[in-house]
Design a protein. Structure first.
Length: 809
């Protein structure tokens, strides 16, 4: 069993211990005299999308002309960004339009919303006259429970246990007061009481001022340039069927024409539930006062939202019907459901690592993701919902140039398919919007264009339609990875046909219509398909046409997307004409990585075409790490872990990772950047301040797992990037081909291997031993195998069968 333990106060929601069911989550932290459960909910967003000040989004032909004929330089991320230069030959109207095209779009740069919003807080009010408050907080990871023990010098104690069941969306808190008597009670006559609270949404000016005062970092400069930003309506206390609840309302939007709402509803017996009107000040507060003689009790807080069937009233009615007249029995049922859900989750895979820092981060990262990601609901944006502020940097959005993608990297290998599937519900809105954007702004393009930013709900136009980053063509292919990975790891052809292929086809269609042969007598007139205009990474206009032709990040993603589309069409035996067209583009696509010039041998060339574009080289530029390169990415100081999983994956896939050399530095880096709640910080708080726990560093799961199990290049490799003298093991990690693999490593050797075949695919395994390999099935029968390429042994499998692999004696 694994425990995340903190024996000190935790003072920020961002660092608080986490619980959640993948939809509702809490962060538990402390303030003076208070223990706080901060609620987060994946669907609680301020969905206001205000394009009233935004110009017409850029058409791709306008950008192509500006780069080629007008030599655009500069631009900016904020609306009206300085430094624009179009050569001084334009009319006043043309110059105005160029300024609009080169500057950031106001709906993003000068509005703080859309953005996720915190739900509110449950607060335990702690007796403050007592001296010597100490606290011990422990998340029992495999049980999905949090225990808290608070003690004082005079022997008084408060003990709590809490959990969030898989359904419904409720937090349950069991509390107990120990040794409360005449010797310990002092002036306070009530040992424990609770407050349910939602503060009024602040103005963006108040929020920005507070953040700058605390952290000396100014992010909301664009929003402060306009007086059009308004906070949400104040929350209120309402009575629904005799129960006092807190309600927060939102403005109408496309998905919720009547406006999104959520409630915080206390469910408790033997406790006075009383509204406190805050002396007519804005905000919503409910006091929960147990009987003064009570020394133990339980309470729950339900959080229904407009996403629930029948809206908040219907969901609250269902929860209250489940509770009935016996809340204790209902809480026990929910406790049992929570235990069963946690047991099922953690039965899917496990690891042991001699370096306990690395083992603990595997469990903590999965726990963190389990709290906020689930396949049947939209995924969070940049930050975990229970840690977001009143306003978010970068709108807390789906940031598609690595931030949104990276947390999902390890889910399928960890055999957490449902958690990996949480990538798709929110992305469906970006894909659908992308179809409109492709047609409208990319010359009638028949595919879908994945914008650099987006939201997990419908909007009616381009959220980032102006500025230097408005028409980058690489994110579309990057998103394709996840739909194709889902098939490769599960071989689920039904899912591929119904959900995966329609997106893969449309991302491929985007490149089909975007990539083109050049017929102008220039150096690009070579019979190859080229990509123009599109930058890569993030940069302003440079004035050089070559910076927008055939950028490595664009071509790599286009190639991999088209490869996936061809393979998917073959699996489903569909769209033959399109499949042949995609193959023709692949056969004639411009080359951006000259593998001979790079010194790739035959095996490295083969792996290059299997490797996902994100793991070939970092963001911008053509550099590809090679075996023997010094690990510049592991040099101190370790500034954050946001990009660590990305660099680690790149070096693993290019065989530039040296486990003996690099593991100690990685272990130190991870230890240095773990927050008190066990999660890895993606952003440093010293520079940006407390802005919420950004989740991209949880992508550390995949490179850590790939040191033990790799399957990306057409065969399974066991402990292929593992330190010789480090012990380790794993059970039922998932390999491509729908195989569940278990193995161990000790004293420099790989132990016996077990492989479960889910779909009956042919199994290819790189021999980890110096001897031939014996393969037997679950009945002990020898299985015929053959050797390919000298060291890859292969055998046919039967669906559902288990195979034991060992070296021959």
């Amino acid at each position: 069993m694994h425990t995340i333990e903190v024996n000190q106060l935790v003072l920020e929601a961002e660092e608080g211990l986490l619980l959640g069911n993948g939809d509702l989550s809490v962060s538990v932290f402390q303030r003076s005299g208070e223990l706080v459960w901060r609620f987060g909910k994946n669907d609680v967003w301020d969905r206001r999308f205000d394009r009233s000040d935004s110009p017409e989004p850029a058409h791709i032909e306008e950008i192509a002309k500006g780069i080629r004929e007008q030599g655009w330089r500069g631009g900016g991320y904020d609306a009206g960004g300085a430094g624009t230069d179009a050569g001084g030959t334009l009319s006043e109207a043309e110059q105005k339009r160029v300024g609009e095209l080169m500057s950031g779009t106001p709906c993003y740069a000068r509005r703080p919303y859309p953005c996720p919003k915190p739900v509110g807080e449950l607060i335990l009010n702690i007796p403050t006259d007592h001296r010597g408050w100490t606290i011990s907080q422990r998340v029992h990871v495999e049980k999905a429970e949090l225990e808290i023990e608070m003690t004082w010098e005079n022997g008084f104690e408060i003990r709590l246990r809490c959990f969030i069941p898989p359904k419904p969306n409720v937090l349950v808190v069991d509390w107990e007061v120990v040794n409360w008597n005449d010797d310990t009670s002092m002036a306070c006559k009530t040992p424990a009481w609770f407050t349910l609270y939602r503060w009024p949404d602040p103005t963006i000016r108040a929020h920005a001022a507070k953040h700058y005062r605390r952290h000396r970092y100014h992010h909301f400069f664009g929003s402060l340039k306009t007086d059009k930003c308004t906070p949400l309506a104040a929350p209120t206390v309402e009575e629904i069927d005799g129960l006092s609840v807190i309600q927060q309302t939102f403005d109408p939007d496309i998905q919720f024409p009547q406006g999104f709402r959520y409630l915080m509803a206390p469910l408790v017996e033997g406790t006075e539930i009383k509204e406190f009107n805050l002396f007519e000040e804005p905000g919503a507060c409910i006091l929960l006062q147990p009987d003064k003689e009570a020394r133990k009790g339980s309470l729950a807080v339900a959080v229904p939202t407009s996403s629930d069937e029948g809206d908040v009233e219907a969901e609250l009615a269902r929860v209250r019907a489940d509770v009935g007249d016996d809340s204790a029995a209902a809480f026990k049922r929910w406790e049992a459901a929570n235990a069963a859900s946690a047991e099922e989750f953690w039965s899917r895979s496990s690891v042991t690592i001699e370096d306990k820092i690395l083992e603990d981060v595997w469990y903590a990262s999965l726990h963190t993701r389990r709290c906020a990601y689930r396949g049947d609901v939209i995924a969070p944006g940049l930050a975990l919902p229970s840690t977001v502020g009143d306003y978010s940097f970068w709108h807390g959005d789906y940031h598609m140039n690595y931030n949104y993608q990276q947390p999902f990297y390890g889910d399928y290998t960890a055999n957490q398919v449902d958690m990996g599937d949480s990538f798709f519900p929110g992305m469906a809105h970006m894909v659908e919007l992308g179809r409109m954007l492709a047609k409208k702004y990319w010359n009638g393009n028949r595919g879908t264009f994945i914008q650099v930013t987006g939201y997990p709900f419908p909007i009616d136009d381009d959220p980032y339609g102006n500025g230097p980053l408005a028409r980058m063509a690489y994110m579309t292919g990057w998103v394709t990875n996840f739909y194709w990975w889902r098939y490769l790891y599960t071989l689920d052809a039904v899912w591929l046909k119904e959900y995966g292929y329609p997106v893969i086809r449309d991302t491929a269609m985007f490149y089909t219509d975007f990539l083109a042969k050049v017929e102008d007598g220039s150096e690009f007139d070579d019979g190859k398909y080229h990509a123009y205009p599109s930058p890569q990474g993030e940069y302003l206009y440079t004035g050089d046409v070559k910076d927008y032709f055939d950028q490595a990040q664009v071509i790599r993603n286009a190639r991999w997307c088209l490869q996936a589309a061809v393979a998917a069409a073959d699996v489903l035996d569909t769209d033959k004409d399109l499949r042949d067209q995609w193959q023709d583009i692949l056969d004639n696509l411009v080359v951006v990585d000259d593998l001979d010039e790079l010194g790739f041998d035959a095996e490295a060339k083969r792996q290059y075409f299997y490797n996902e574009p994100a793991f070939i080289g970092i963001d911008i530029g053509k550099h590809i790490p090679r075996p023997g390169d010094k690990p510049k990415w592991l040099k101190k100081p370790f500034t954050s872990t946001g990009g660590q999983p990305w660099e680690w994956m790149i070096h693993l896939r290019n065989r530039a990772f040296d486990p003996e050399r690099d593991f100690p530095a990685l272990s130190e880096w991870i230890q240095q950047w773990r927050a008190p709640n066990g999660a890895l910080r993606a952003m440093g708080t010293q520079g940006l301040g407390f802005i919420g726990h950004y989740g991209e560093a949880e992508g550390v799961l995949q490179p850590l797992q790939e040191t033990m199990l790799q399957s990306w290049d057409g065969c399974i490799r066991i402990f292929d990037a593992w330190p010789r003298d480090m012990a380790g093991s794993f059970t039922t990690l998932r390999a491509q081909g729908a195989f569940l693999v278990s193995a161990s490593h000790a004293a420099g050797k790989v132990g016996d291997i077990t492989i479960i075949s889910e779909k009956g695919a042919r199994c290819r395994v790189a021999n980890p031993w110096d001897h031939a390999v014996s393969v037997v099935d679950s009945a002990g029968n020898a299985v015929e195998s053959m050797v390919e390429d000298g060291k890859i042994f292969c055998f046919d499998t039967t669906p559902g069968e288990t195979y034991a692999l060992s070296p021959t004696k």
